[in-house]
Design a protein around this ligand. Structure first.
Ligand code: NIG
Ligand code: FE
Length: 411
């Protein structure tokens, strides 16, 4: 296979050979080359530089016409596999109910559980595939996908098998997370401890045995899984070599972050409510902090205090939280806009949080997350904008004109 050359790149952003997360003031640094070219061979980046230095032959060229090129986004927190949208709850919230009130009435996650249990694996796969195809066109070049709408052995395994089939069907990196502890299913409504036992003694061993999960997660929140229950689940994961990425501090701060730090969790995610002690723990740990601004936007809850975490040198990541209840979008350009507008993040900080830092949090930094020789040729092209800042600035617009995955133009 010959070489593909992207030419006349007004700005080539996101160049870094570094394989560690950007923290503190470095988060704002996006290395870029003006008037650049970028070379791919097969699925890899093989060279880049000033247009005036481009040498050698290329079998194919793609003219960026003075626009911009940057690495594809990495979405490290999604619930992409689900059975049905929940726009009815959206209307209920407009009428005044809160996200928690809807859940207390049996809506929310349990609503999705009912729908998912009655959908076949094939149908679930096909719906998930349609969503993923759309996300790739919106610039997502690697993704994490959780279970958590099954809450029984069969239904959780069904979800994770769908993720496994997605891994086989796509050439982008995909990671699977077991989220059996997303809510208490009706069968265990009055016996929460028995459900935690069921997760640990029945679901986790079967899932680990079949190699269906890269990570384990729990919704550690008032009314869901408490710190003690979450800790048992995290420790059970550690025993089978499956580390945790956890939903914490969405509504309350009650020690989940401390527990996560003490139990080798990779990341804590949501973090809309943070105490001084939480920030202190994070700054002394190596955990990633993941902000999910589309969830804050959609269910109108506070935004994660990104500035505070960045100033405390915590490796900060952004993700979509794509799910039918609290964030029915996986559009990471929009997430970037929200991060800039509501979290006072610079466009450069948001890009690093969505690329190199997200890659590090998923352990795929050797493959994706920046423009570097040897990495996968996964890039976003915008001919219509001339600077990175114009991407979040034009919120709600799709400014992406082309996406290359493994060196191939996706259509
Ligand atoms: O990350 N908070 C818990 N889980 C999801 C929402 C799930 C749902 O409402 O279906 C979240 O926001
Ligand atoms: Fe989530």
């Amino acid at each position: 296979m010959g070489r593909t050359r992207l030419i006349n790149i007004g700005h080539l952003y996101g160049i870094t050979e570094g394989l560690s997360p950007k923290i503190g003031s470095d988060l704002a640094i996006v290395e870029n080359i003006e008037n650049a070219y970028l070379d791919f061979e097969a699925d890899r980046i093989v060279g880049y530089g000033k247009m005036s230095d481009a040498a050698g032959e290329s079998a194919e060229t793609y003219d960026v016409q003075g626009g911009i090129v940057y690495p594809t986004y990495i979405d490290c927190h999604t619930h992409l596999v689900y059975a049905q949208n929940r726009e009815g709850e959206f209307v209920d919230r407009i009428k005044g109910l809160t996200y928690q009130e809807i859940a207390q009435r049996g809506g929310g996650i349990l609503n999705s559980v009912e729908k998912l249990r009655s959908m076949s694996e094939d149908e679930l796969f096909s719906e998930s595939k349609t969503r993923l195809d759309k996300l790739i066109k919106l610039g997502t070049g690697a993704i994490e996908i959780k279970s958590g709408y099954g809450l029984s052995l069969d239904a959780e395994v069904k979800m994770l098998r769908v993720v496994k089939r997605l891994k086989q069907a796509y050439s982008i990196p995909i990671k699977a997370t077991f989220l059996g502890a997303h809510a208490f299913p009706i069968e265990f409504k009055d016996k929460p401890e028995a459900y935690v036992d069921y997760i640990i003694d029945v679901m986790l061993p079967a899932i680990a045995q079949e190699g269906l999960a890269d990570y384990i997660d729990a919704f550690c929140e008032a009314g869901y899984f408490n710190v003690e229950q979450t800790k048992r689940i995290v420790q059970a994961g550690n025993q089978v070599g499956i580390r945790a990425r956890l939903h914490v501090n969405q509504f309350e701060s009650f020690g989940a972050i401390q527990m996560a730090a003490e139990n080798n969790a990779i990341s804590v995610e949501h973090l809309e409510v943070l105490s001084d002690a939480d920030v202190e723990v994070l700054s002394n740990s190596s955990m990633y902090a993941v902000g999910l601004p589309a969830c804050s936007f959609f269910i109108k809850i506070p935004y994660t205090d990104a500035r505070r975490l960045i100033e405390a040198n915590v490796p900060f990541v952004l993700a979509s939280d794509y799910n039918p209840g609290s964030s029915p979008t996986g559009n990471l350009s929009f997430v970037m806009s929200l991060a800039c507008i509501y979290m006072q993040m610079l466009p450069s900080e948001a890009l690093n949080a969505l690329t190199v830092n997200a890659a590090c949090s998923l352990g795929i930094e050797n493959e994706v997350g920046s423009i570097a020789v040897g990495k996968k040729a996964n890039v976003i092209v915008s001919q219509q904008v001339k600077t990175l800042s114009a991407v979040p600035y034009q919120f709600g617009e799709n400014v992406i004109d082309a996406v290359f995955i493994n060196g191939q133009l996706t259509t």
